[in-house]
Ligand binder design. Sequence first.
Ligand SMILES: [Zn+2]
Length: 214
Amino acid sequence: MHSDPISAPCHTTYMPAYRTSGYRSADEVLWVILHDTEGGTASSIASYFHGRTAGGSAHLVVDDNQCHRCLPNGVVPWGAIGANHNGLHIEHCVYACWSERGWMKHIKMLRRSAWKASGMCINYKIPARYSKAADLRAGRKGISTHAQVSMAFPGSGHTDPGPNFPIYLYIMLVRYYIAKRRVAGWPCSRRVVPAAATPRSWCTPPGRGRSRGS
Ligand SMILES: [Zn+2]
């Protein structure tokens, strides 16, 4: 299967996702929340989120080969109870039971996700650090998981993306990509794009005239 470059714009074939809860301002965005889908591909999960039978939604879905955008960042998704209004949600097409070795076989997906998260961190002034349950409860900005959200705000009981998700490697990758974007002169806009608008205007490198997803 064709694999997009890590920095390729997200596909928007199935945007928008069906399940949403209105809008939020940029200042209300505190976290990047990481999930897993227990199977599927970025395309198939985005297609599912687009349909009326979907039980949830997220902003982005990534796999080894692609990133699909399902909602603009300014729209509140159905990602994780307690962290929807303040979170940017990224789904990974993997299984929570994976071992560390299993995750390492999909470093491309981790890199793809971390690249997207780095844009979110710049856009919303989110520090690339791990926010555990106590940090989430305190409203401290950072990167976290659905599992930590479940501990902070009981309601869903979800534990994705699983105990072996390499969170510290992921955060290192996000830091690396933040530095890379800054060196390349790719400061991202903090503009909150409403649901009806195309997200393609974000993060356009100066003078390049190309879209960058998030
Ligand atoms: Zn989840």
